[in-house]
Write a protein that binds this ligand. Structure first.
Ligand code: UD1
Ligand code: CA
Length: 458
């Protein structure tokens, strides 16, 4: 195989999205749209990927910061696709091989399709190969003009096409592979003498034909794949198709999705076999879920690592947290970033946690806020417990030792600690450290005024 480089066109704003955010940065299945074609190019074997950027260039660059295979080329003014590719030439200086040209707004394109296109291109020693599709409604796309013997002669844009050409159903996907020598030698020779006054990349096909070089068009079987996203309706459609693909992969590797149409799993989620996911769940990129877990309805999980055999009950929200094996959470619990739960921990309904470590077997079963705390093993946190971690200026830590029993309605005013095996009586406000094996009790002694109500009624 010859060396492969890619150019991804992403300088346009995407006006039809009617958004402050440029089109290629809108997320699709959890990652910016442009990440999809870039990933496909990588998987197809690209060693270098040049992004042609213009609008919101810094934001696009930011998505790929630190990626060694990505280079960015600025296109200050969007003068057409041919001009866009010419802007990538400096970034490709010295490259000799095949150049794949893609658009940033085609998230459905698969690496396998690119690989078969590349194989077709190389097997036929072509100078240019374009990926095409047959569409019932080809309106808006460039049409592929073939001669009487079926050989490609050129591409004509919608706005430049005559009536007869507009009848053609074979369209240009905007995805090409080209021999680098041919591309570099001819891209600057394109003119803008057309209906839109733009430099059309598509003119390279006619140029190759005129030079007697091999110019091919490869129709793809799946027209979905080349669907460009131009507006929010197409964005939703692309997301739906990607979701189906993602869900299908999980199901084939042993995950039960009760209703895949209503399960929203982003790109880059790992789920073990025999885990069941109920409808309405949203699982974000980077999440790892073990095997044998049960994820009930309408659970939202992002950036978490969840051990085997966990049960996440309905309507819980888990963010950037780590759960050991056999942990139960919810219903309606909120694990905020930095929550680390050991094996067999139980977090019940209406419990909120943030930046805490909780040891094996500990429980907070109801109506509790635990923030900035270090909690040992086999600790019981009673209903209504609050770590008062914030004094209005700073956050402070609460430390609770192993085997501690915290009664109901306890406030722990941090910084404070409760030594191992102590008991904090219900209703206590803990303001001073509790030594190990102790009872902490801070209640105003109760007064009973007998007959008080009877006197009131007189
Ligand atoms: C282009 C093709 C058309 C094809 C269609 C497929 C040309 C002349 N036409 O048309 O044959 O059917 O794609 O979707 O190539 N871009 C830049 N800089 C520019 C212009 C465009 O980066 O100066 C980027 C856009 O951001 C976009 C891509 O190139 O990602 C395609 O540009 P667009 O204007 O949408 O081309 P079409 O008119 O759709
Ligand atoms: Ca377009």
């Amino acid at each position: 195989m010859k060396p492969l480089a890619s150019v991804v066109l992403a300088a346009g704003k995407g006006t039809r999205m009617k958004s402050h955010l440029i089109k290629v940065l809108h997320p699709v299945a959890g990652i910016p749209m442009i990440t999809w074609p870039v990933t496909a190019a990588r998987e197809a074997g690209s060693e270098t990927i040049v992004l042609v950027i213009g609008h919101q260039a810094n934001a696009v660059q930011g998505v790929f910061r630190g990626a060694p295979d990505i280079r960015c080329a600025m296109q200050e003014e969007q003068l057409g696709t041919g001009h866009a590719v010419s802007c990538a030439l400096d970034a490709l200086a010295g490259f000799n091989g095949t150049v794949l040209i893609l658009c940033g707004d085609t998230p459905l394109l698969r690496a396998e399709t690119l690989k078969s296109m590349l194989a077709f291109h190389h097997d036929n020693q072509a100078a240019v190969t374009v990926l095409t599709a047959f569409m019932d409604n080809p309106y808006g796309y460039g049409r592929v003009i073939r001669d009487a013997s079926g050989r490609v002669s050129r591409i004509v844009e919608q706005k430049d096409a005559n009536q007869e050409e507009r009848e053609i159903r074979e369209i240009n996907s905007g995805i090409y592979c080209m021999d680098s020598g041919f591309l570099f030698g001819n891209i600057r020779g394109i003119s803008n003498n057309n209906a839109q006054g733009e430099y059309y990349l598509t003119d390279l096909l006619a140029i190759a034909v005129a030079q007697g070089l091999t110019c091919l068009a490869l129709p793809t079987g799946d027209a979905d794949e080349i669907m460009g996203v131009n507006d929010r309706a197409q964005l939703a459609e692309a997301a739906r198709i990607l979701r189906n693909r993602i869900n299908r992969d999980h199901m084939l590797s042993g995950v039960t999705l009760i209703d895949p149409e209503q399960t929203y799993i982003d790109y880059g989620v790992t789920i073990g076999a025999d885990t069941t996911i109920h409808p309405g769940c949203q699982i974000g990129t980077g999440t790892v879920i073990g095997s044998g877990c049960e994820i009930d309805q309408c659970v939202s999980i992002s950036g978490c690592s969840i051990g085997n055999d966990c049960h996440i009950k309905a309507a819980s929200v888990l963010e950037d947290s780590e759960l050991g094996e056999d942990v139960a959470v919810g219903p309606m619990a909120h694990l905020r970033p930095g929550t680390i739960l050991g094996k067999k921990v139980k977090i019940g309904n209406f419990v909120e946690t943030k930046k805490i470590v909780m040891g094996e077997g500990s429980k907070a079963s109801h109506l509790t806020y635990l923030g900035d705390a270090e909690i040992g093993r086999d600790v019981n946190i009673g209903c209504g417990t609050i770590t008062c971690n914030y004094d209005g200026v700073k956050k402070h830590r609460t430390v609770i030792g192993d085997d501690v029993f915290i009664g109901s309605d306890v406030q722990l005013v941090a910084p404070v600690s409760v030594g191992r095996n102590s008991l904090v009586a219900a209703g206590t406000t803990v303001t001073i450290d509790v030594p190990p094996d102790s009872l902490a009790l801070s209640r105003v002694p109760q007064v009973n005024k007998e007959g008080w109500r009877l006197k009131k009624k007189l």
